[in-house]
Design a protein around this ligand. Structure first.
Ligand SMILES: Nc1ccn([C@@H]2O[C@H](COP(=O)(O)OP(=O)(O)OP(=O)(O)O)[C@@H](O)[C@H]2O)c(=O)n1
Ligand SMILES: C[C@](O)(CO)[C@H](O)COP(=O)(O)O
Length: 233
């Protein structure tokens, strides 16, 4: 059985507001993208990696990250699209003979082997799962006027992370159907499966440290997390 990691690094990083795209910013001397690639490279559960990046960053990625750090499982570095879901679709189209895909934000450096293993177990059992954590905050649903409409029970609310892991055939089919429709409000792959697929999605525990680097203060938080986990990369 072949598992492929699709690592997304084609975003503009507008909310980061930096000259260098956030996936290439350095945390303790290494690019953000390095950390998740390193985890997939060292994982026994992953056979190959596809990196999706901006058209203008393909050579940089190949030379300065994949060759420089010896990420031998990377099979292809391809151009993404305008939206995250376009980049995911490009990654899915680049897969060959994959049984399972781990779709991961390159902007989330701190996934772990344990998460990958838990995700693999869940996808083998159910065909679709997402990594996430129970919400620590109370969540409110707003109405169109910015007023509180309702409060879901916090015990049922999760914050969703990546990787999001699927049977390849099931997520590819869901994406093919979705692309015939309006995808404008789609923010993750589970939504594609929920709306256009045929599998129930298992929630699998990730970690509160599995943050997405989004705004400038996240880099400071990431440095602290890295100091804390003292991971040898
Ligand atoms: N067209 C896109 C948009 C996003 N991503 C990737 O999807 C992940 C999550 O997206 P997000 O954090 O929103 O990144 P950006 O789109 O770069 O950020 P922003 O919305 O601030 O521009 C990131 O690893 C990003 O590189 C991508 O591959 N292709
Ligand atoms: C996929 C995701 O990371 C799950 O939390 C998130 O939805 C990506 O959203 P973004 O707006 O592309 O950062």
């Amino acid at each position: 059985m072949k598992s492929t990691a699709i690592v997304l690094a084609a975003g503009q990083g507008k909310r980061m507001n930096s000259k260098v795209q956030k996936q290439f910013l350095l945390i303790k001397g290494k690019p953000v993208l390095y950390y998740s690639l390193s985890c997939f490279q060292n994982s026994r559960e992953i056979e190959e990696i596809i990196v999706v990046t901006g058209k203008d960053s393909i050579n940089f990625c190949k030379q300065e990250i994949i060759e420089a750090y010896g990420f031998s499982k990377v099979k292809a570095v391809i151009a993404g699209g305008r939206e995250r879901y376009d980049s995911v679709y490009a990654g899915l189209c680049a897969c060959e003979d994959s049984d399972y895909v781990f779709i991961h934000d390159g902007a989330r450096p701190f996934l772990t082997e344990d998460m990958i293993r838990r995700g693999k177990e869940a996808v083998l059992a159910s065909g679709a799962c997402v990594i996430g954590m129970p919400s620590k905050d109370t969540i409110k649903i707003a109405d169109e006027n910015g007023m509180v409409a309702s409060t879901p029970s916090r015990s049922l609310v999760w914050n969703i992370q990546t990787p999001q892991i699927f049977s390849y055939t099931a997520i590819r089919e869901a994406y093919e159907r979705a692309r015939q429709q309006n995808m404008a409000d789609i923010t993750d792959d589970a939504m594609v499966m929920e709306r256009f697929g045929n599998m129930k999605i298992k929630l699998v525990e990730g970690s509160y440290e599995n943050i997405k680097i989004t705004t400038p203060e996240d880099i400071l938080v990431a440095e602290k997390i890295l100091e804390k986990i003292q991971k040898i990369y």
